[in-house]
Structure formats: C-alpha cells, structure tokens
Design a protein around this ligand. Structure first.
Ligand SMILES: Nc1ncnc2c1ncn2[C@@H]1O[C@H](COP(=O)(O)OP(=O)(O)OP(=O)(O)O)[C@@H](O)[C@H]1O
Ligand SMILES: [Mg+2]
Length: 265
C-alpha cells in the first residue's frame, strides 16, 4: 500500500501578489497494491504535484508518505535509493523524460538490466511482451526516440515504467492524446496486467470515462484537496458533491459533442 497522510505542498508566489500557492492541502489518499485508483480534477487542482510527492520525486512540506510500513518521508537519500523502481511515475510530459538520441530498445533494456539484472536473451523476450502491452510494433525498437511520434513516445514511457516491475505505478495523463481505439486497448491490457501482476495503479486523468472504466476507487480533487471518494463506481450518478457533478456535466457534454461530430451534425 502506498499512502499519503495529511500531505501539503506550497509553492512560493512568483507573481508579487504575496500569496503563496497551496498546490496540495492536507491530502490523505491510499493506493492499494491490488487495485486501480483514479484521481480526477480540473487543471491546476494539484494532481501532478501529488503524483510527484507519491513517487518521492518531491518532498511534501507537511505530512508523510508510506510505502507499506516504511515512512518514505523519513528516509535518508541513500535509503531512498534502495527503493528506486518500486514506485514508477509516468509523468504528464512523459516524452521529455526520454533521451531523444537513444533507441526504443535501449530505453526498455535499461531498467531490465539495471534493476532486474536480466541477461540479453531474457531482456529480448521481456521487451517483446512489453511492446505487446502498449501496442508498439517490434520494428520501432531500432528507431531513436526522436524518430517516434508523440503517441509512440508516450507508450514507450508506459512500457519503460512497466519494465521495472514496480509495486506501484502512477500514470499522470498518460493516455490522453492516444486515439480512442488504441486507448481502450491499452487500458484493457493494463487492467489485465494489474490483476495478474498485483500492481497498485494510480491513474490521473481529466477523462471521467477512463476513470469509470478503470477505477476501483475514484478520488475527486479540487483546489489541492480531496473533496470526494467513490468506491466501486458504477455510474456517473455515484458522483454526489456539487463540484463532482459539474465534472460529470462537462463529460456528458463532451460525449454529446463527439456524438454530433460523428453524425456529421
Ligand atoms: N514547480 C512548481 N512551482 C510553482 N508552482 C507550481 C509548481 N508545480 C505546480 N505548481 C502550481 O501548483 C498548482 C497545481 O499544479 P499541478 O500541476 O499539480 O495541477 P494539475 O492538477 O496536475 O493540473 P493539470 O490537470 O493542468 O495537469 C498550479 O496552480 C500550478 O501552477
Ligand atoms: Mg497535471
């Protein structure tokens, strides 16, 4: 279980208005090992900040992070290094975390070599499996990152995160920008994978349809706070808070707009 307990993060004000910004305020969330947790919320609500804190890239000002019984926030950097790979974050601007000069193969081989110590043959078969999950063709392996499309780079980041065989994996808007059928395929595979590998997944998304499809639990975040928690969501009517209902309205509006466009209206 990955847990944030009463976590807050403030960024200094750069505008000169003298108001520091509470990006995350007193947030408590639990990401169990064997389920999919989703955080939804509008732009600027603190989702990416929370994801960096949960994956110990950034420290909270207040509050504590636990990985099972280990308090991450109490560890020294040398102790923290031993836990590297356990929580993987696929960042919102994932592609920028890839070295453009490396080939896709090299990107995927690295965690397999450094974290899992697999030999060349084991790496080869594992890389094939990973490509299958994210629906990338094998012939892209020899391509450099700079020669891949944005969507292909995104999927490479997802595959790289999975390669590390993490206990938890956080996807920050990792599926937006993939076309609808591909997105559905990747999500379905991740769902299956989550069940077989017992990974705890946290998906951060604007997209309520993705949330409904994937989530065992949905947290709704607003202005740095968790304002609603929905367990085992079945339909949009499970969203009870007024703000959450506004998100639902926007999602339904988007759905209708797509429908009209598809009908050529
Ligand atoms: N490194 C930073 N320095 C200063 N302010 C920051 C920093 N990172 C985030 N913020 C601010 O914190 C708030 C929350 O940002 P965050 O990126 O966590 O939101 P988000 O929910 O991920 O938004 P989006 O859906 O647009 O990705 C925003 O007002 C943002 O401007
Ligand atoms: Mg974000």
């Amino acid at each position: 279980m990955l847990t944030a307990k009463n976590v807050s993060k403030t960024y200094p004000d750069n505008t000169g208005a003298g108001m520091d910004l509470n990006a995350v305020s007193d947030v408590t969330v639990e990401i169990p090992d064997n389920s999919v947790t989703v955080i939804v919320g509008e732009s600027g609500s603190g989702k990416s900040t929370l994801s960096r804190i949960l994956s110990y890239i950034e420290r909270p000002d207040i509050g504590r992070i636990f990985l099972d019984d280990t308090e991450i926030t109490a560890l020294r950097p040398s102790e923290l290094r031993k836990l590297r790979g356990k929580v993987q974050l696929v960042m919102q601007d994932a592609a920028s975390s890839l070295d453009p000069h490396l080939t896709a193969e090299k990107i995927l081989a690295e965690p397999l070599k450094l974290l899992l110590h697999l030999d060349a043959e084991q790496r080869k078969s594992r890389i094939s499996e990973l490509l299958g999950v994210v629906q990338l063709p094998e012939d892209l392996l020899k391509h450099r990152v700079s020669e891949l499309s944005g969507g292909q780079q995104k999927r490479l980041c997802i595959a790289r995160a999975l390669a590390a065989e993490p206990q938890h994996i956080i996807f920050d808007e990792s599926f937006s920008g993939l076309d609808v059928t591909l997105k559905k395929q990747v999500l379905t595979m991740l769902k299956d994978l989550q069940k077989t590998l017992d990974i705890g997944m946290l998906i951060i998304t604007h997209d309520l349809d993705t949330a409904m499809y994937m989530a065992d639990r949905i947290y709704v975040m607003r202005l740095g706070r968790i304002i609603e928690t929905i367990d085992h969501p079945h339909s949009f009517s499970d969203f009870k808070e007024r703000y959450s209902q506004e998100l639902v309205k926007a999602a339904l509006y988007k759905r209708n707009a797509i429908q009209y466009t598809a009908n050529g209206v």
